[in-house]
Design a protein around this ligand. Structure first.
Ligand code: ATP
Length: 248
């Protein structure tokens, strides 16, 4: 498979990632408490669940920013944390923080990250992405002068600057207007038009079902619900979430 071989030249795997018995503790608190999750390439997975369920912690572990306390995590067949530096090249991560430089312009930020990833033509990539996220007319504006939603659009562009096969998005709709939300789906394809594997968190059942093939609900650091999106409606999913919220 083309994407898998890009990620792990020495290991053929049909799985984007495999997680077994994942525990992440913060002091006495277990943010993740024995999570098992297998995701094949090209799947779009929405992660929902009450506040504090462990959603961000899961994304941060896959993004190699947090180490597991216990359990197995393999991305494209590569082990975390031992092979984190290889995995990092192939993962795009949108966090709650934008990771943008306030004093640089929108375009300069993307060019900076393009150089960091060793891209052949950072300015060309920056201009293409600015167009994709509707920021061409703001290319020369400093980040600190952009509204929250415009910064979120730029942060989304930054997350895919290196055209990663695996994209992790933490509440990507934050601050976006309807047009911004509509462009999210376009980021789910790489530059050749091949679908990326996407894992995104949201509190919005409608958005989850609009963008995902598969819906997972986390609660108390465990997977409590795992269904194909085609089997669900927003009201059924909302009822599942209300139930888990009450038990939180
Ligand atoms: P939300 O819907 O509120 O964004 P979440 O599902 O993303 O929540 P996490 O941010 O993963 O939840 O947090 C899971 C648990 O781990 C929470 O109880 C949280 O307080 C705790 N936690 C997360 N990060 C840290 C940290 N750096 N130090 C201590 N505790 C943490």
């Amino acid at each position: 498979m083309a994407v898998a071989s890009r990620l792990a030249p020495s290991i053929a795997t049909d799985l984007a990632f495999e997680i077994e018995g994942l525990v992440r503790r913060y002091g006495y608190r277990r943010a993740l408490d024995g999570l098992d999750l297998v995701v094949p390439w090209n799947q779009r997975v929405a992660i929902l669940g009450p506040n504090g369920a462990g959603k961000t912690t899961l994304l941060r572990i896959l993004a190699t920013l947090v180490r597991p306390t216990r359990g197995q995590v393999r991305v494209g067949g590569l082990e975390l944390p031992s092979q984190a530096s290889t995995v990092r090249r192939y993962v795009g991560f949108l966090a709650h923080q934008t990771f943008l430089y306030d004093e640089l312009t929108a375009r300069e930020n993307l060019i900076f990250y393009g150089h960091l990833y060793g891209l052949p033509d950072p300015p060309g990539r920056a201009d293409a992405l600015l167009g994709q996220v509707g920021l061409t007319d703001r290319a020369g504006h400093r980040v600190r002068t952009l509204s929250r939603g415009l910064q979120q659009r730029l942060a989304l562009a930054r997350a895919v600057v290196h055209d990663p096969p695996l994209l992790l998005l933490d509440e990507p709709e934050t601050g976006l207007d309807l047009a911004g939300i509509a462009l999210l789906g376009s980021l789910f394809y790489d530059v050749t038009g091949h679908p990326r594997t996407v894992l995104f968190t949201t509190h919005d059942p409608e958005l989850a079902l609009a963008l995902a093939d598969r819906v997972i609900v986390l609660a108390r650091g465990r997977k409590v619900f795992d269904r194909s999106a085609s089997e669900l409606t927003p009201s059924v999913l909302a009822a599942v979430l209300r139930g888990e919220g009450e038990r939180r």
